[in-house]
Design a protein around this ligand. Structure first.
Ligand code: SAH
Length: 254
């Protein structure tokens, strides 16, 4: 029997975000791999072997899932959000490219999920209604100077910017430095959204300004969306504000 590897996006939290395609891929698996906290979201089934691993072990997790699939097993490797966004799908491609020839012959399917950026944006309105880009603020796998260059380029080009991996215990100063960098290009009143644990029981989504944005308000489970010069906030009586970026842009400089 030939093996199969599905790399499955679970969405940001609650199972209501799981697509029907992802549910079917999980149901078809004989073995499940993933970061322990994500695997906990998949209901236990006694006939499915579970192989939880630590958050930082992406390369070895990808290799283990590929090796297991190469033995003829149907394997699902789970990812939070979308597996293609700063997650396991690229780790698997890296492992295939540098791994044994047999891994190239495997049936590999990538099953998309709702990424944190889209879930946070939907809570607040339509901040991604016009051109936007995404950066990871983690300098574990790229130099900090490159991140600063990309922040400068994105902000000066008028993109709304979604920031993944804004802060962690090992990376305490990067978010504050990034916000300072953005203040060089954008007006102090630019809307900034902090979306914490969206789709989970401790969800908290707030909007502030670039001037008031406080790095201490973010943690590892926070996704930040920094508006462009076009992004607007509509206040509403008795309801949270709507943050949106209009569908047309004037190209005005900040
Ligand atoms: N593949 C994931 C992203 C992994 S990178 C996805 O598509 O969403 C991890 C980062 O994603 C976190 O540091 C945080 O910035 C963001 N993130 C993941 N889940 C989140 C959630 N439920 N709420 C807010 N941000 C989240």
């Amino acid at each position: 029997m030939s093996g199969q590897l599905s790399i499955v996006g679970l969405g940001p939290g609650d199972s209501c975000y799981l697509t029907a395609q992802a549910a079917a891929a999980l149901a078809a698996a004989q073995a499940l791999y993933g970061y322990g906290r994500y695997l906990e979201r998949v209901p236990i089934r006694p006939d499915q072997a579970r192989h939880p691993s630590d958050n930082r072990e992406e390369g070895s997790r990808a290799a283990a899932a590929l090796a297991h699939a190469a033995q003829g097993t149907s394997v699902a490797l789970v990812s939070g959000g979308d597996p293609g966004v700063f997650a396991m799908a690229a780790a698997v491609c890296e492992a295939i490219e540098s791994g044994p020839e047999a891994w190239r012959a495997l049936d590999v399917a990538i099953v998309p999920g709702v990424t944190a950026m889209l879930a946070v944006a939907a809570r607040m309105g339509a901040p991604l209604g016009h051109d936007f880009c995404t950066l990871s603020l983690s300098d574990n796998r790229k130099p900090w100077e490159l991140i600063e260059r990309r922040l400068d380029a994105a902000a000066s080009a008028g993109f709304v910017i979604a920031l993944y991996n804004p802060i962690s215990q090992a990376r305490p100063w990067q978010l504050g430095t990034a916000l300072q960098r953005l203040r060089r290009h954008l007006s102090q009143s630019t809307p900034v959204i902090f979306g914490h644990a969206v789709g989970r029981s401790d969800e908290r989504v707030t909007v502030t300004t670039l001037a008031a944005a406080d790095p201490a308000a973010a943690d590892m489970a926070t996704l930040i969306i920094v508006g462009s010069s076009e992004t607007r906030v509509i206040t509403r009586p008795g309801r949270p504000p709507l943050v949106y970026t209009p569908r047309s842009a004037q190209g005005a400089h900040t």
